[in-house]
Write a protein that binds this ligand. Structure first.
Ligand code: ASP
Length: 396
């Protein structure tokens, strides 16, 4: 009997948790299997984005259609991220997890965590050297080149045909490799779970339980209520059916804590299982993985408020609006790799004058919350792709 991939992954998560609890710190020895899995995924990100975006942009046809999809994507990303932050802020004001918490801040060196400025993030998109950008995994730059190249290829008519079919074959080969890597997902997921649980131990959770509970509750509301409602209303897609299709991607996001590493699997599930065209998926997903992070934004807002409450600092409504805006910006600036949200949180804390050392208080449980927020990030991108596909008139 063949067990479906998502059942295998659920079993891997459960076994990973058990192994982590039993092995404790010794679980670090199985981490190598998880590292191999992540490396394999990272290996194909850049060629996959390049080939699939060029093919996708060519099929979008002209700059006007591209502009329309781009605008819809941008609106969807902004609205959902702001909704996520709002849910987080409401919860943290009701639950007040930081009140009465007395915790020592441990080893966070804020001086070595300087987030990039918005201006540099924007100018950095244009590569000085295309190959250097590829070598440095600069996803936004690759997206920029791919769009430009795709539009150019489709506007030179006959002359572009050969390269277009080259990129089509290239893309099919990358998708095939993704399929193979996906077969290893259960092993990778098991190893990463065991390592995380073994390393963290359950001891650190207790004093921060209320804080973690607030973040997780907010993420659950966003993932199980807000996004499904949008998916159902605008995407006309059954949320239950959709999560079944996207499960492998969400579970991989959970174990790897990286939207970028998960991207090949997200694209595979969305195109092959959920039935979204490459045209939409190849545009919406790479962009989403890099800039649309609902989970991260929600987490950063809750964490900043938690730190304020723990330090006994009262933040006015105006301050909270600043938190809302900066958390949205900080999530856009966060790289799609583990722990990135923790780094860009410096932007939020600085904007409202909170002590950066506060980050040290929440360091110990960051990985587990990173896993949760990354799942929501990937789920948000996927729902967005389905909504945009429907708005573009696709029968999904
Ligand atoms: N790990 C997250 C992601 O890849 C970013 C973050 O740290 O919040 O989506």
């Amino acid at each position: 009997m063949k067990i479906k991939i998502h059942t295998q992954i659920i079993i891997a998560i459960i076994l990973g948790v058990i192994a982590g609890l039993l092995l404790g710190e010794n679980a670090k020895h199985v981490k190598i299997l998880g590292d191999i899995f992540i490396r394999l995924l990272r290996m194909i990100i850049i060629p996959l984005i390049l080939s699939s975006m060029v093919v996708g942009i060519v099929s979008i046809g002209n700059a006007r259609n591209l502009g329309r999809i781009g605008l819809r994507t941008f609106v969807y990303y902004m609205v959902t991220t702001l909704l996520a932050v709002t849910v987080g802020l409401i919860l943290v004001n009701i639950i007040r997890p930081g009140v009465g918490v007395e915790l020592a801040a441990e080893g966070f060196d804020s001086s070595s965590h300087v987030p990039p400025s918005v201006v540099s993030v924007v100018t950095d998109i244009i590569p000085k050297n295309v190959f250097k950008s590829m070598a440095q995994d600069k996803v936004l730059s690759i997206i920029f080149i791919s769009i430009l190249f795709g539009v150019a290829l489709s506007s030179i008519g006959e002359k572009g045909k050969q390269l277009i079919s080259f990129f089509e074959s290239f893309n099919s080969a990358m998708m095939k490799i993704t399929d193979w890597i996906m077969k290893l997902a259960p092993v990778g997921v098991f190893a990463l779970m065991a390592w995380t649980i073994g390393e963290m131990g359950l001891g650190v959770i207790k004093p921060l339980a209320k804080y973690m509970g607030t973040v997780v509750l907010g993420l659950l509301i966003h993932a199980c209520v807000t996004l499904p409602v949008l998916l159902y209303v605008f995407g006309k897609y059954s949320p239950l059916k959709f999560i079944k299709h996207m499960f492998s991607a969400v579970a991989t996001a959970f174990s790897t804590a990286s939207s970028a590493a998960t991207l090949p699997i997200t694209m595979d599930c969305l195109e092959k299982k959920a039935g979204v065209s490459n045209k939409v998926a190849s545009f919406v997903l790479p962009l989403g993985a890099t800039v649309n992070m609902d989970g991260t934004a929600l987490y950063e807002a809750v964490a900043a408020m938690f730190i304020a409450q723990a330090y006994g600092i009262d933040l006015s409504l105006w301050h909270q609006i600043i938190i809302m805006l900066t958390a949205t910006l900080a999530s856009i600036g966060a790289a799609a790799i583990p722990g990135a949200g923790l780094v860009t949180m410096v932007i939020v804390l600085k904007a409202v004058g909170l002590p950066l050392e506060g980050i040290g208080m929440i360091l110990a449980v960051d990985r587990i919350l990173d896993m949760c927020r990354t799942s929501v990030n990937v789920w948000g991108d996927s729902c967005g792709a389905a909504v945009i596909a429907r708005l573009e008139g696709e029968e999904i």
